[in-house]
Design a protein around this ligand. Structure first.
Ligand code: FCB
Length: 490
């Protein structure tokens, strides 16, 4: 039993108009990688690298959603969802990343959007969920500015095609993962292990976002919304020693503030040069970039899964297997007796509360927030009580954060169905619908039925969410530190 379980349970009612949906991403569900003129993406290439993905799996077939989309839309109707967040595969629309448009690729998304709208489901379109056209990677990928410009061109193509029917646009999904995990740690495509390259990728992703916002803004009609999705993980020092506090702050910069500060704080994070000085001189920044990156957006999408428990580690890790391009002198640990998911991820709904309340207090101009991903991974059991508990507790934390002042407008569960979970392949399952990959049969899990009842009557009864001050002194909740106040030990 955790401390949270011992708190009194109380019912919380979500307001009318709150958006309920599920989320997916193109490479994780579509399959059909060679169909109708789609070009290769960096994930097609990465999956062929021996050892890159568990069991050598790939998104080649995935959930075959490219052909079974109607059935998947029907599942969403059955769920009673009012919204669906999916991503467009850039190389399906622009096989070379630029140049001629592949009409057949666009038509797929047109059909999908039309079916969603007919079913009363509002599409939330993510333009980039990690599947960069390989042709652009061959020209330097996100390490180079040109890719940011190509991204804005692609955004324009998509708006021209779907702007009549799609009112909610998300530029990027989790630029932290596509830069640091993809270009720094090499765990994701394109599998690079670079320091400078990864920081440049992070910057150019942000720049691409800003350029796309500018382009979409010129075309958008009143009421249409443009946003960006970040993954947020509050960092918690394992002890209150100055060393661990500083380590947690470095990690917070890498994962969170590197992105939130220029997007919503009007400045690059002040500790960038000091923290990353060993890795890069940040000379890829140009005058005027910050202004482009910081163009106002209509919403922030927050993806939340877990907090990061961080301790200081020696710099210059001697073990080559543990060494990364990001030698920040930090190590993440799983706290003893932690509640964990089927994948061993730490389950801490209070981290979602901290994220939402922390962002609200840190950034006075923060736009409304949608939780664009939140979910639970396991081995795929149909009786998935662990997932139901996870969803319930995170929904409670969301409602508590709203009560404390966070302006949250919607919640998208990750994921509609089991899918290709990147480097983990197909064994990690996040769906509220089970997918049998041999037969492509979809079977709703217990969590699907729970979610359907919940959407009908969005009241959640769960233990009171642990407030930051009850889990740790507030001054060490680094991500939630109000602007201007420096955490202890910094
Ligand atoms: C997020 C990704 C999403 C999915 C979940 C489990 O980081 O955005 O595609 O893999 O994790």
């Amino acid at each position: 039993m955790t401390a949270t379980d011992e708190r009194p349970a109380m019912p919380r009612v979500f307001p009318a108009g709150f958006v309920w949906g599920t989320a997916t991403a193109a490479y994780q569900i579509e399959g059909a990688v060679d169909t109708d003129g789609r070009g290769p993406s960096i994930w097609d290439t990465f999956c062929r690298v021996p050892g890159a993905v568990a069991r050598g799996e790939s998104g080649e077939f995935a959930c075959d959603h490219y052909h079974r989309w109607q059935e998947d839309v029907d599942l969403m109707k059955d769920l009673g969802a009012g919204a669906y967040r999916f991503s467009v595969a850039w190389p399906r629309v622009l096989p070379d990343g630029r140049g001629p448009v592949n009409r057949r690729g666009l038509d797929f998304y047109r059909r999908l959007v039309d079916a969603l709208r007919e079913g009363g489901i509002e599409p939330y379109v993510t333009l980039y969920h990690w599947d960069l056209p390989q042709a652009l990677e061959d020209r330097g990928g996100w390490r180079v500015r040109g890719t940011a410009e190509r991204f804005a061109d692609y955004a324009e193509v998509m708006y021209e095609a779907l702007g009549e029917s799609v009112s909610n646009w998300i530029t990027l999904n989790e630029p932290y993962c596509s830069s640091i995990v993809g270009y720094g740690e090499g765990r994701h495509a394109p599998g690079a292990k670079e320091g400078e390259g990864a920081l440049a990728a992070a910057h150019h992703l942000l720049l691409g976002h800003g350029l796309a916002v500018t382009r979409l803004r010129e075309m958008a009609r009143p009421g249409q919304q443009i946003g960006v999705t970040l993954n947020m993980s509050p960092t918690v020092p394992v002890t209150s020693s100055p060393q661990d506090l500083q380590a947690a702050r470095r990690m917070d910069l890498l994962v969170n503030r590197q992105f939130t500060e220029p997007l919503f704080g009007g400045a690059y994070a002040a500790d960038m040069a000091e923290t990353f000085g060993r890795i890069s001189d940040l000379s890829f920044r140009r005058d005027g970039d910050l202004e482009i990156i910081g163009r106002p957006v209509d919403f922030l999408g927050v993806n939340y899964y877990y907090r990061l428990h961080v301790e200081a580690a020696p710099y210059d890790e001697p073990d080559p297997a543990r060494r990364t391009a990001f030698d920040l002198g930090v190590r993440t640990v799983t706290p003893e007796h932690a509640r964990t998911s089927g994948l061993g991820w730490v389950v801490e709904p209070e981290g979602l509360y901290e994220t939402l309340v922390g962002l609200t207090s840190r950034y006075p101009d923060l736009p409304p927030v949608y939780i664009t991903e939140n979910g639970y991974g396991d081995d795929g059991a149909l009786e998935d009580d662990g997932r139901i508990d996870y969803l319930r507790d995170h929904l409670a934390a969301t409602r508590d954060a709203m009560e404390a002042g966070a302006d949250v407008r919607g919640y998208f569960c990750w994921s509609l169905m089991d899918n290709f979970e990147w480097a983990r392949g197909y064994s990690a399952r996040f769906g509220i619908v089970h997918v049998d990959y041999d037969t492509q049969v979809r079977t709703p899990k217990a969590s699907f039925h729970w979610m359907r009842d919940f959407i009908t009557d969005p009241v959640v009864t769960a233990p009171v969410t642990a407030r930051p001050a009850t889990t740790a002194p507030v001054d060490i909740l680094v991500a939630g530190t109000p602007r201007g106040e420096r955490p202890v030990g910094d």
